[in-house]
Design a protein around this ligand. Structure first.
Ligand code: ADP
Ligand code: MN
Ligand code: MN
Ligand code: MN
Length: 334
């Protein structure tokens, strides 16, 4: 007997990697091993040296095919065994190892927009829907667009064993969010990429595309972010508040480096309006959704917990963002 393994990887699309996948038939009792693909079709190689290598990084039950079938999140390697230049997981793995003693945890809030016929799902064919106000966490067919697909996606993520902590409808019609975590650096990143793959794949069955575009509707409409909640062991323990404040200050000292790695089109989203701080300013504060970093209200009460970096775009590479947060915050601790 055999089973199906869907090998998933991130391609070389400039400025924001796109997901690719293909199916391998494997004999029962055998593990999904190293495989290959044509890198000249994915912006990862030239035609004369087209072979790239897929190295399984983490494996999940396939909730769509079911049975013994699996989803295999891969790293892309060169034929000499070194990480491909587009492989951002390899550097993240080094950082995770280096700062392991701080036990960093992440919860990433993935916002995204459903699209139909090139327009946000729920926007009329011409013109605009009612202004924002009632859509966030709304209910009713005048406000909510795409719930069956979103429910299917949630169910699929849970069946795949992903650590989803919640979902909600967002501020703009057709815009939604799911949260992954709290998990370690590599786990949260692998799982976020797999959750994105499931979103696109399930969208095929509904005739709806999902986009991570950070500003899919110009004008007075919220953009889409990937707020990244972060804590270390020290922050979570009694007396952790001083480490949370130190973390905010460390992020402030490297604000420009972070902004330049926090996703394509970040200047269009971090305008100072629509619950954002400007991309060229840095601030942090308790409960402040207009700050770069928010310390949740409950955390200020408990005097321990985590911080929320509100700057990352929906279209981030979590391997890059999570790595940088650990390097900046834990690097300033040790
Ligand atoms: P918001 O109020 O900003 O919309 P959400 O509930 O959407 O917040 O997301 C909060 C995220 O923070 C969740 O993914 C949750 O798992 C994560 N989280 C909670 N505690 C911690 C922690 N100690 N460290 C890191 N992330 C955490
Ligand atoms: Mn949220
Ligand atoms: Mn949100
Ligand atoms: Mn948030």
């Amino acid at each position: 007997m055999v089973y199906k393994a869907e090998y998933i990887w991130i391609d070389g699309t400039p400025s924001a990697g796109k997901l690719r996948s293909k199916t391998k038939i494997i004999e029962d009792g055998e593990e999904p091993g190293i495989w290959g693909f044509d890198g000249s079709s994915t912006n990862q190689a030239t035609g004369d040296k087209s072979d790239c290598v897929l190295k399984p990084a983490s494996i999940f039950p396939d909730p769509i095919r079911g049975g013994d079938d699996v989803l295999v999140m891969c790293e892309v390697m060169l034929v000499d065994g070194k990480p491909h230049p587009t492989n951002t997981r390899a550097a993240a793995a080094k950082t995770a190892k280096k700062y392991k003693k701080h036990e960093p945890l992440f919860g990433i809030e993935q916002e995204f927009t459903l699209m139909k016929n090139g327009r946000p799902y729920g926007f009329p064919p011409a013109g605009y829907p009612e202004p924002q106000g009632g859509y966030y966490c709304g209910v009713g067919e005048d406000e909510i667009h795409g719930r069956p697909m979103i429910e299917d996606h949630l169910e699929a993520c849970l069946s795949a064993g992903l650590s989803i902590s919640g979902i909600n409808a967002e501020v703009m019609p057709g815009q939604w969010e799911f949260q992954v975590g709290p998990l370690g650096l590599l786990e949260v990143s692998d799982q976020l990429w797999v959750a994105r793959w499931l979103l696109y794949r399930i969208g095929e069955d509904y005739g709806i595309a999902a986009t991570l575009d950070a500003k899919p509707a110009k004008g007075d409409w919220n953009g889409a972010g990937a707020h990244t909640n972060f804590s270390t062991k020290e922050m979570r323990e009694e007396g952790g508040y001083k480490y949370i404040e130190a973390g905010c200050k460390a992020l402030g000292a490297k604000a420009a480096l972070h902004i330049s790695n926090y996703g394509t089109g970040i200047e269009d989203r971090l305008t100072g309006a629509h619950e954002t701080q400007r991309h060229d300013q840095f601030s942090y504060g308790v409960s402040d959704r207009g700050a770069s970093i928010r310390i949740p209200w409950q955390v200020a009460v408990d005097k321990r917990g985590y911080l929320e970096d509100r700057r990352p775009n929906a279209n981030i590479d979590p391997y890059v963002v999570a790595r940088l947060m650990v390097e900046t915050i834990c690097g300033a601790m040790s």
